[in-house]
Design a protein around this ligand. Structure first.
Ligand code: ZN
Length: 121
């Protein structure tokens, strides 16, 4: 937590102090509203980079939420938890073709096994 707040402060200070009020075409200003203390933080991000949905409030350290227009962005928490699924990791190790092959093998195995069951039943 201490580490997080340090990083947030340093990054924020860099973005704001020298460039506040100056509009750079390649930069976009993002507003974060803190639900705890109502403090608004303005941050500059490269226009082609996606601003993070939350930023640590400089006033109280709570999680401030990115504003889109006058509304805070809706944060999908479930998405963060499942950022990397088992399936994603599998795809990093295996190509799609390999997976198709494995699936075929597995299906063949299951079919064979089901066949054996039927014989027994
Ligand atoms: Zn706050």
């Amino acid at each position: 937590m201490a580490d997080r707040s340090l990083r947030g402060m340093r990054l924020g200070a860099q973005s704001l102090q020298s460039e506040d009020g100056v509009i750079f075409s390649e930069r976009a200003r993002s507003l974060y509203l803190c639900p705890e203390c109502n403090h608004e933080s303005a941050l500059m991000f490269a226009a082609d980079a996606e601003a993070p949905e939350t930023w640590e409030c400089r006033h109280c350290g709570a999680e401030a939420v990115l504003m889109v227009g006058s509304e805070p962005v809706v944060i999908d928490r479930s998405d963060q938890k499942q950022a990397r699924t088992h399936w994603d990791m599998l795809l990093e190790r295996r190509s799609r073709d390999e997976l198709e092959e494995l699936l075929e093998e597995r299906l063949a195995f299951l079919r064979a096994r089901r066949g054996q069951h039927k014989v027994g039943a």
